[in-house]
Design a protein around this ligand. Structure first.
Ligand code: FE2
Ligand code: FE2
Length: 181
């Protein structure tokens, strides 16, 4: 491991779930956030282990992971926006706009990585952006859902939320497939 990579390993801790900091009161939203943590941690491990070099196969894996992350984030945003709207939360629009702004930036990075020259530096910038954005967004905006969980009229949502939360391990399955390739 060279010096740069050793520094990188220390500078990129894996995201860890913290119920007090991140819980929203909706089980499936929390589960999706945990999944997104897993997906980003997968990316962190790629970078930490220096697997992303000029090797075509590894680049392909990263692009695939990013694509999957994007798809998953899109579904998650839709689910979350539905609850914000149903609950009439004052941050509903702010949340939606933040999701849109996130996607524009994410797509810009992805376009560069997938269609221009693949660069580890761009991937690292994207990685930092994703990690910081997600944690900050959950803490500042998504946890606002806590007040919705106790509101009258949200019972069905809460019930469905618990049922949906049982679908787990999406990213660990996805990442396990990589390991076998
Ligand atoms: Fe959100
Ligand atoms: Fe979220």
């Amino acid at each position: 491991m060279n010096k740069k990579d050793a520094l990188l390993r220390n500078a990129m801790p894996l995201l860890q779930w913290d119920e007090q900091k991140y819980a929203t009161g909706f089980a499936h939203i929390d589960e999706q956030h945990r999944e997104l943590f897993d997906g980003l941690n997968g990316l962190t491990l790629f970078l930490q282990n220096s697997l992303v070099t000029d090797d075509d196969e590894n680049q392909g894996k990263v692009i695939e992971l990013l694509y999957f992350l994007g798809e998953y984030a899109m579904k998650h945003f839709r689910d979350e926006e539905e609850i914000f709207a149903q609950c009439g939360h004052p941050m509903a629009l702010v949340n939606k706009e933040a999701h849109q702004a996130f996607f524009e930036k994410f797509l810009e990075y992805n376009d560069n990585l997938a269609h221009a020259v693949f660069s580890r530096d761009i991937l690292m910038q994207l990685h930092i952006f994703l990690n910081l954005w997600l944690v900050n967004h959950i803490v500042k905006i998504d946890t606002g859902l806590r007040e919705c969980a106790g509101k009258p009229g949200m019972e069905t949502f809460l019930q469905n939320s618990r049922l949906q939360a049982r679908k787990q391990g999406v990213f660990s399955k996805f990442l396990a497939l990589f390991a076998r390739k």
